[in-house]
Ligand binder design. Structure first.
Ligand code: PEP
Ligand code: MN
Length: 356
């Protein structure tokens, strides 16, 4: 199921009515790259009172989509009863929603209900950036013999108002790929964006970093959608997006390119070695400072010095055209390490055990 590259999954956030499902599927069936039709049948709403899905009727509509348009269909399941019903209606694949992945009890119950049925399962990342919960959910399905598993990256909840509805934190899916190199990761730019204007940029980034597919919410008439209306594309907008998107390959047999890449990487290797040597030299000086501060009973953390570091380094990084946030992140890590190193020296000479 997940071997096609890229896997494109499209369809509405929610199945709302027979006509809405069938007309969306009909429009999508004209786009040849679509691998799966999605529609939420049971909708997890953060607060009561919203549209919480059409339930079992929607599964019959999905069966019609299969028959009329030769599309495979998938939906979200959140408990064993849902699992039983999707099997009854021959749904081709399922996904586990972000709220469910967060709860190991629910994941276990669903996995047990699917035991022995090798239906493809896609596991969305949990709401908050805890890679272990994501891995744990995947393992719970694997342990019960479900082998056809993919992960869906839908971004992470954070408190506050920012550009994204859910922060992408790309390093987390990349870490998942490092731990589970064989798993396909599908990006869901709709739930990351929360807004249709960002969908294409996120989708392109997912392709640029080698993700294996996209799940994009598509509605025949997004303005009338009963859930997630801001982020849903019309079938025409999706078609347009898919034709604009570039799909870079993970590797190539072009020798000239591979040789040039190897040359540039050799330069990066040298630069990294220089960076590490500089960090080691810096740490030596930090240690000297620690002994000096200890002797004069001065705190490891000095607010005015930290402020000065941020200010002066920002001037330099601006001149060098480096990204402010990137430099601040690196400086914060270096400074934290410096404080910890000093703390260890001060504690050690005071006879206090090392912190783990
Ligand atoms: C959805 O796909 O419509 C959905 C509810 O997603 P998530 O679990 O990522 O919030
Ligand atoms: Mn949605």
């Amino acid at each position: 199921m997940f071997t096609k590259h890229p896997i494109i999954i499209a369809g509405p956030c929610s199945a709302e009515s027979y006509n809405q499902v069938i007309s969306t599927a009909k429009a999508l069936s004209d786009i040849k790259d679509i691998s799966l039709f999605r529609a939420g049948i049971w909708k997890p709403r953060t607060r009561p009172g919203g549209f919480d899905g059409v339930g079992e009727d929607g599964l019959k509509w999905l069966q019609d989509v299969k028959q009329q348009f030769n599309l495979r269909v998938c939906t979200e399941i959140a408990n064993p009863h849902h699992a039983e019903l999707i099997l009854k209606y021959n749904i081709d694949a399922v996904w586990i929603g972000a709220r469910t992945t967060t709860n190991p009890f629910s994941v276990n119950e669903i996995a047990s209900s699917l035991k022995g049925v090798d239906i493809p399962v896609m596991v969305k990342n949990p709401m908050h950036p805890d890679i272990k919960l994501w891995l744990g959910a995947i393992e719970r399905f694997k342990n019960l013999g479900i082998s056809n598993i993919a992960a869906i990256h839908r971004g992470f909840y954070y408190y506050g108002n920012e550009k994204y509805r859910n922060k992408p934190l790309w390093q987390i899916p990349l870490e998942l790929k490092t731990i589970l190199p064989d798993i396909s990761i599908i990006c869901d730019p709709s739930h990351i964006s929360g807004n249709k204007t960002l969908v294409e940029t996120i989708a392109q980034k997912a392709m640029n970093i080698g993700m294996n597919g996209l799940m994009i919410e598509t509605h025949i008439n997004p303005e009338l959608a009963l859930s997630d209306k801001e982020q849903q594309l019309s079938p025409l907008e999706l078609k347009d997006l898919l034709t604009h998107l570039h799909y870079p390959a993970i590797s190539t047999s072009n020798n000239q390119f591979n040789n040039q890449l190897a040359d540039l990487r050799a330069i990066i290797d040298e630069i990294d070695e220089d960076l590490l040597n500089l960090l080691s030299k810096r740490t030596d000086i930090v240690k000297q400072i620690a002994y000096y501060k200890k002797e004069h009973s001065i705190t490891a953390f000095q607010l005015s010095r930290w402020k000065e570091i941020i200010k002066t380094r920002k001037h330099i990084s601006d001149k060098l055209d480096l990204d402010d946030e990137f430099i601040l992140n690196i400086l914060s890590l270096i400074h934290e390490y410096s404080i910890n190193t000093q703390n260890q020296i001060i504690n050690h000479s005071a006879g206090i055990k090392k912190e783990n």
